[in-house]
Design a binder for this molecule. Structure first.
Ligand SMILES: Cc1cc2nc3c(=O)[nH]c(=O)nc-3n(C[C@H](O)[C@H](O)[C@H](O)COP(=O)(O)OP(=O)(O)OC[C@H]3O[C@@H](n4cnc5c(N)ncnc54)[C@H](O)[C@@H]3O)c2cc1C
Length: 593
């Protein structure tokens, strides 16, 4: 059975010491002193470790079943869901007006990492509900909010997001689901949606589906899509449940991973729906919360890497094979633990350096979302909008890669079911696909975000990196050499790539889009480099001041140095690939493949 220990200490380091959120002026942050954070994260850790993690292999083995239209979740899921709900975990960052606790999003993000690492498939039931809550909260009428939100905050009712149809996933302009106005102001929704996460299940009393559909007079393409609330059970004025709506789960997808989450075909057969916001503005409504939803998927990616790494590390300390090349380290035993071997170390360091960097990047991203929403900071809004595709694309690619590295640490045991590593690999894989494939994230980054507002946000990012380097230069020679110089070099590579797109992409867009994926990774490395430089600086300051746990800070510095020396140089490779242009990528006619 795989192990899981919540990374409370590391999260506290990032939140309290690196981001210093308790000292921030963002409304709500002032209450988040270290003790408060420690108490919240400590309770979440218990739930993640003792309740959710043991259910992860159970969910994987049993999966969900569909019988006579009823979807049953794996044994133990419902009781655990009740526990999560009763503990108020689903309401953490929700609006107090609807029963939420009103805590900043950054806190919910830290808790989300623990729950996702412990049991990603399980946590998606609440995650999807939260996404639907966000969309109604931002775009619903007051009556809709009053009717649906309190029960969604408490997760007595679930929520879903219905975009995908059999013939369209990325290109939602092709949607065929119809919404026909009825006399009473509601709409009749008819069509089929596929791959709907948590579309039907037995853990809630009602499910509030958010469905994209087209009105009869809709313009073609994405400009003609509207958003509807379509409840499984109609809700009476007094909040009680009425008749069953004309919608059903037509099938459960058999899939590679996240078996504990029901991925449903949803059939809408003239179901009653209610328009959210304005007609034809559904995409805008659905995507207002895109930064948050995509950050949530980036989090899922590295969270799988995080739990996989923990298991790889435990194995590497326990498994004995061969002798250290520099002399036996376990002379009493038949062999040395494999952690002595440099190649096993390389593997573990790649995992550790990525996971901790990704954690800092994600929490920083979540704090930018708080800054944007709670303090109406347009600069933070612009920056997080730019970074969102990087968080989603880079962290899920690397998160998956980390699970594979961890699997490799275990040798043959990594391939067997018993150790659980293969489940982390399979579960992590979907994060690169849903919520917009990673190729589409790269397209969004290079095709839209770079030039957004005249390129102001990317320029702001470069200024921030430059500012950090010049502010901290000269304080310590080793820090300059090990952290600041590599960061500056990587940032230069990123600027050179941006310049290449500017000079060549206008003439031929293929020149930019053939390099978009590399650009997303180049950008991701620079962000993690920045995070490691910030963490390294904090660790160094703490050591100099003789504060806290010196061993923790020394480990941080060593891990940071590893990232800067062994991972960050990848920016040069990505730049070279980008600068080679589109010619070799597009050289073959389609028939020649
Ligand atoms: C387990 C699971 C759960 C899901 N949950 C939900 C859910 O809850 N709700 C929901 O609505 N959907 C859900 N989805 C659907 C998911 O969001 C889509 O699968 C995803 O957006 C990609 O769409 P697609 O599969 O149709 O791929 P396609 O759009 O057909 O794309 C195929 C390939 O072409 C590439 N591509 C497409 N267009 C372009 C372009 N313009 N430029 C470059 N490359 C391009 C893509 O990157 C991809 O590699 C889920 C899917 C799965 C498997």
């Amino acid at each position: 059975m795989p192990i899981y220990t919540a990374p409370t200490e590391d999260q506290l380091f990032v939140l309290d010491e690196v981001l210093r959120i308790g000292a921030s002026e963002v409304p709500g942050y002032g209450d988040l002193d270290r003790d408060t954070l420690d108490a919240i994260l400590g309770e979440a850790a218990k739930l993640a470790e003792n309740v959710l993690a043991p259910l992860n292999p159970v969910g994987d083995e049993q999966g969900c079943t569909l019988e006579n239209g009823v979807v049953r979740t794996p044994k133990g899921f419902k009781a655990a869901f009740d526990q999560v709900r009763e503990g108020g975990w689903t309401a953490l960052d929700c609006d107090p007006e609807y029963g939420g606790q009103g805590l900043p999003y950054v806190v919910a993000t830290a808790v989300g990492e623990m729950f996702s690492s412990a049991n990603m498939a399980f946590n998606m039931y609440q995650g999807l509900t939260h996404g639907a809550y966000n969309a109604i909260h931002a775009h619903g009428s007051d009556d809709q909010k009053a009717m649906y939100l309190p029960k969604m905050v408490s997760c007595e009712w679930g929520g879903t997001m219905n975009l995908t149809e059999p013939h369209c996933g990325t290109d939602l302009g092709l949607i065929r689901t119809k919404a026909v106005p009825a006399e009473d102001g509601s709409y009749k929704i008819t069509g089929q949606k596929i791959w709907i996460s948590a579309g039907e299940h037995d853990m809630v009393d009602n499910i509030i589906h958010l469905v994209l559909a087209k009105l009869p007079d809709a313009p073609d393409g994405v400009k003609g899509i509207s958003l509807f609330i379509v409840p499984k059970f109609m809700v009476n004025e007094d909040g009680s449940l009425g008749d069953r709506n004309a919608l059903s789960c037509g099938g459960l997808e058999k899939k590679m991973g996240i078996h504990g989450n029901a991925t449903c075909v949803m059939n809408y057969d003239g179901a009653t729906g209610f328009l959210v916001g304005e007609p034809h503005k559904g995409m805008r409504a659905m995507f207002t919360m895109m930064n948050e939803a995509r950050l949530g998927v980036g989090l899922q990616g590295y969270a799988q890497g995080a739990v996989a790494y923990q298991n790889a590390l435990a194995f590497a300390k326990d498994r004995v094979q061969g002798r250290a090349v520099t002399g036996a380290e376990n002379p009493e035993g038949a062999a040395d633990p494999i952690i002595v071997h440099p190649d096993v170390r390389r593997n573990l360091m790649d995992q550790k350096a990525f996971v901790e960097g990704a954690r800092a990047f994600t929490l920083w991203g979540a704090s930018l979302i708080d800054q944007a929403h709670r303090a109406q900071d347009t600069k933070a809004e612009g920056l997080i909008s730019l970074l969102t595709p990087v968080i989603k694309g880079f962290l899920t690619d690397k998160g998956f890669e980390t699970t594979v590295l961890a699997q490799q640490t275990l040798g043959g045991s990594g391939f067997t079911r018993e150790w659980g590593l293969e489940q982390f690999v399979r579960d992590a894989r979907i994060t690169m696909i849903y919520e917009g494939t990673n190729g589409v994230q790269a397209l969004d980054l290079v095709g839209r975000k770079l030039a957004q507002d005249g390129g102001k946000h990317v320029m702001g990012f470069f200024e921030m990196v430059k500012g950090f380097a010049s502010e901290n230069k000269g304080k310590d020679e080793a820090f300059d050499r090990d952290f600041l110089e590599p960061l500056k070099a990587a940032s230069k590579d990123l600027q050179a790539a941006g310049m290449f797109f500017m000079q060549n992409g206008m003439k031929n867009p293929n020149e930019a889009l053939a390099g978009s994926y590399d650009f997303m990774h180049l950008f991701g490395h620079v962000c993690l480099g920045l995070m490691w430089a910030r963490m390294g600086l904090t660790a160094q300051e703490k050591l100099a001041a003789g504060e806290g746990d010196a061993a923790f800070y020394r480990t941080k510095l060593a891990t940071g140095r590893y990232y800067m020396a062994r991972q960050l140089p990848m920016t040069a490779t990505h730049l070279a690939r980008i600068q080679s242009g589109a010619e070799t990528v597009m050289a073959l006619e389609a028939e020649a493949f």
